[in-house]
Design a protein around this ligand. Sequence first.
Ligand SMILES: Cc1cc2nc3c(=O)[nH]c(=O)nc-3n(C[C@H](O)[C@H](O)[C@H](O)COP(=O)(O)OP(=O)(O)OC[C@H]3O[C@@H](n4cnc5c(N)ncnc54)[C@H](O)[C@@H]3O)c2cc1C
Length: 384
Amino acid sequence: MNGHRTEELVIVGGGLAGASAACILGREGRSVLLLERDVGARHKVCGEFLSVEAQTYLARLGIDLDALGASRISHLRLYHRGKKAEAELPFLARGLSRKILDEALLEKAISHGAQIMRGVTVRSITADERASWVDAGSLGRVRAETLFLASGKHDVRGAKRPISGSINDLIGFKMHYRLSEQQRTALDGAIEVILFDEGYAGLQLIEGGVANLCLVVSQRGFEQAGKSWDSLVNQVTRECPPVADRLRNAIALFERPFSIFQIPYGFVHHPDWTEPGGLFRLGDQMGVIPSFTGEGMSMALHSGYIAASMFLRNGRASTDFHRKMAANVRQQIRLAFLLNKAARFGPGQAVLFHLCRTWPSLMRQVAAFTRIRVGSIHKTAALS
Ligand SMILES: Cc1cc2nc3c(=O)[nH]c(=O)nc-3n(C[C@H](O)[C@H](O)[C@H](O)COP(=O)(O)OP(=O)(O)OC[C@H]3O[C@@H](n4cnc5c(N)ncnc54)[C@H](O)[C@@H]3O)c2cc1C
């Protein structure tokens, strides 16, 4: 085909999955072109809760969470209809905004020699056994010998995810708040999870003493609450007076919340015989773990890590990678899917809360079962 450029490795999407793969492949001296549609750093809808596995991957990639100002989170407070259950987390979690984290990882990828092109939206992908063709809008057509698709929740024409069987009537919101010193002290060290009608919310500190309120609600719940962010927050704070205290007179740092629709929780990519080799799906393109367990970022990093590692060892055998990933994450996604269901509806919430209150160690065990094990990587994949 005429009028195109050819690249050895192309990564579509510079979130955690794409950037982590770029770091590893660049570090190994491979020629990597990463295409990211955002022109600069931006906020993403996320609870911004970093599990121990996510922290391990980030440390291996040379990301210093202390230097970035991440908060420390050691316990969980669960609220349901004004009642509280509390437990120590099985690990020290961290809180850091995605705007800071994703940018730090992209900078790291650049320092490892990856070429990052921003403001480039990939419009479509076609793939055959020999290569993938990427329609990169203003950049023109790019022939990629191997393609890593890491566009997160956004599907690209020609490579859409078959998301049947997943839950996708949910809406996610995120807002950051500046709290008073007293409110900050009350929240310090904890993640507060509130179960409310048709949804759940998480409140925690991130860098700079800022609080992140992230909320997942069904479409029906959103409509019942009054179809606006303010009415939804009113509902949550009405049902949970301690969280009302945390947010009283707090200053919202964005004009309106960031939101995301139709999150396909429970999706796992299973390769079939028609799938072309040399197209690796990473992060949310490979599997979407419900956010209740705070493992999505670790899964994204895990996939970037394993894909890069398997590519370095086996070349374009992406089907093997997808099989391995599905085996690695299937159980965790299934359990998180069930928990997500329970956390959404009244009877499930009551059972979940009762179990956690009478048996706090259950919360730790559930957290252990939904965690993505840190993978071993190709031994020549040199990482700091
Ligand atoms: C409500 C909610 C709360 C969550 N809370 C947590 C939490 O607390 N802890 C946790 O670990 N996980 C959480 N997650 C999950 C986590 O946010 C995701 O799993 C993670 O961001 C996936 O990373 P990714 O790299 O696959 O995708 P993303 O981070 O979404 O990155 C994809 C990138 O691709 C770019 N892109 C998209 N389309 C194109 C295109 N066509 N061309 C070029 N670039 C493109 C985007 O701009 C973006 O930068 C949460 C998710 C939701 C929905």
